[in-house]
Ligand binder design. Sequence first.
Ligand SMILES: NC(=O)c1ccc[n+]([C@@H]2O[C@H](COP(=O)([O-])OP(=O)(O)OC[C@H]3O[C@@H](n4cnc5c(N)ncnc54)[C@H](OP(=O)(O)O)[C@@H]3O)[C@@H](O)[C@H]2O)c1
Length: 211
Amino acid sequence: MTRRVGSSSVGAQRIPNLVAITTSSRRSCSARQRSSSFSKGPYISAVSRNVHPITAVQSEYSLWSRDIDREVLPTLRELGIGLVAYSPIGRGFLAGRFSDPERELDEGDFRRSGPRFTGENLRHNQELAAKIRELAEEKGVTSGQLALAWVLAKGEDIVPIPGTKRVSYLEENWAARDVELSGDDLERIEAELPQVAGERYDRSGMATLNH
Ligand SMILES: NC(=O)c1ccc[n+]([C@@H]2O[C@H](COP(=O)([O-])OP(=O)(O)OC[C@H]3O[C@@H](n4cnc5c(N)ncnc54)[C@H](OP(=O)(O)O)[C@@H]3O)[C@@H](O)[C@H]2O)c1
């Protein structure tokens, strides 16, 4: 199934006539295709060539979710497919939106129990958020802007879609377009940032996706 997701939004500036293949497109594929991970490179390539041309793929991509660097992103680039980067600020954590999920987030918010937001992983990931804050302060921007600027700097073919309920964050995030990161900045950020601790989702969630 294809779904037109925008023609005048931020995405349209970089990927005209943005069309996303949703996960339900799996249903139109053979069992053999389904058994391989949904958005692994070969799968995307097979769907794009044999089922339907793909304009954009949506996947999590941020300073702490870079699994797609290995295989998916190179495939997208080879095929001229854009990336819609969801949760580009790590569901708020990379922007310092919260540091103690259990205390600060509503009951029922999945981040209160997510692998990256609990226990020892949370303590470790707080160091990661602190490093982002330090690098952002050096640049004179906010942590959220640095996280978004990093995604934007990774390529013209990547469109981050940060989410928020607040106009102030929306404006702050929009201004991240003006944050310039040089090649040296990117190298330094990537070298100095501690590795993330914990998977993106719990075990059952991880079983439903690729990366
Ligand atoms: N395709 C998929 O499977 C999938 C999965 C997840 C998400 N998405 C989509 O991706 C988009 C964004 O993802 P997301 O909302 O999960 O993650 P996100 O954009 O990384 O983070 C959103 C969180 O960050 C906070 N935030 C936003 N801007 C901020 C700022 N400047 N400073 C501090 N905190 C800030 C928001 O706070 P407030 O809540 O206080 O505003 C919210 O809690 C949404 O459109 C969502 O639908 C798609």
